[in-house]
Design a protein around this ligand. Structure first.
Ligand SMILES: Nc1ncnc2c1ncn2[C@@H]1O[C@H](COP(=O)(O)OP(=O)(O)OP(=O)(O)O)[C@@H](O)[C@H]1O
Ligand SMILES: [Mg+2]
Length: 272
């Protein structure tokens, strides 16, 4: 495969992802059929698709975790991957999980700062098994962010969380991305999540990107579920996914106003 990591410093004017003709076959089944995709630095792209459509396969290809994919993939060296399962090492405390393998004598300080950014400063010395699902996922986010990735690849990171925790995580991720500006590819099943967070939404169907829908210019943030543009986009995306929008997930079913999480978003504040 022609996966090549572009070394830092990644030129600001270059792309964060350039994929050409990405193809993956398992046995006699071709799951990815020559996907072309560009992602600009700092751009937040959501990838939707039915179960089994190849979303995780594509993400693994971009993460260079799959050596059997064919085509060309150019991604920055500085990248981080997050999964539905936070994958914290049970035998290492939270801070040690965050900084594991991180070079530099200031790694602990940077890890503490990242934990403060996700509201977990007080859990640095805790064991992963004592964290709630949302806290564990925030620790995984801190582990990703402390590496200052130019590209953040997330595979359904909020899929296992309850609805309210998920909405809080959306706010946190939006805030962190606005601050750190990584390019993001977020794989999700959740159409609303895609509309809330992304600059651009892709739908993967039959091994190709069947819809590439920019939304940043037409629907500025914050994107409230009560906004008619939200319902329009949801219907368009659900139709592309082959699901009828029967209104069962209406704008009323998920509140726009969820109490703010207890997050310390300014790490300076937490250390004072
Ligand atoms: N290692 C593998 N060997 C054989 N088939 C595989 C392998 N990995 C994935 N597949 C197949 O490729 C297809 C796409 O899988 P993938 O995990 O990418 O789907 P997905 O879109 O992420 O689905 P989901 O939304 O359920 O997570 C599936 O049919 C899956 O069975
Ligand atoms: Mg998947």
């Amino acid at each position: 495969m022609a996966t090549r990591s572009v070394s830092d410093p990644f030129p600001a004017e270059a792309l964060a992802v350039r994929a050409r003709g990405v193809t993956r076959t398992f046995g006699d089944r071709t799951v990815l059929r020559g996907i072309d995709l560009d992602i600009r630095p700092g751009e937040f792209v959501a990838l939707l698709g039915r179960s089994g459509s190849g979303k995780s396969t594509f993400l693994r290809a971009l993460a260079a975790l799959d050596t059997e994919v064919t085509g060309e993939i150019f991604v920055p060296e500085q990248r981080a991957v997050g999964f539905q399962d936070p994958r914290l090492l049970p035998w290492a405390r939270v801070l040690d999980n965050v900084v594991l393998g991180l070079p530099g004598s200031d790694s602990s300080a940077r890890g503490l700062q990242a934990l403060a950014e996700v509201g977990l400063a007080d859990h640095a010395r805790d064991w992963p098994k004592t964290l709630s699902g949302g806290e564990a996922q925030r620790a995984a986010l801190a582990r990703a962010l402390v590496r200052e990735p130019a590209l953040l690849l997330l595979d359904e990171p909020f899929g296992a969380l309850d609805a309210l925790t998920r909405i809080r995580m959306h706010r946190l991720v939006a805030e962190l991305c606005a601050r750190h500006h990584p390019a993001v590819l977020l794989v999700t099943h959740d159409v609303d999540e895609a509309v809330v967070l992304a600059d651009r939404v892709l739908v993967l169907t039959d091994g190709v990107i069947s819809l590439d829908r920019p939304i940043a210019s037409t629907f500025p943030r914050p994107r409230l579920r009560s906004d008619p543009r939200f319902a329009e986009l949801r219907s368009e995306l659900l139709a592309e996914l082959g699901v009828e929008d029967d209104g069962s997930l209406t704008a009323d079913s998920v509140p726009d106003s969820v109490p703010e999480p207890e997050l310390v978003l300014d790490p300076q504040e937490s250390s004072s």
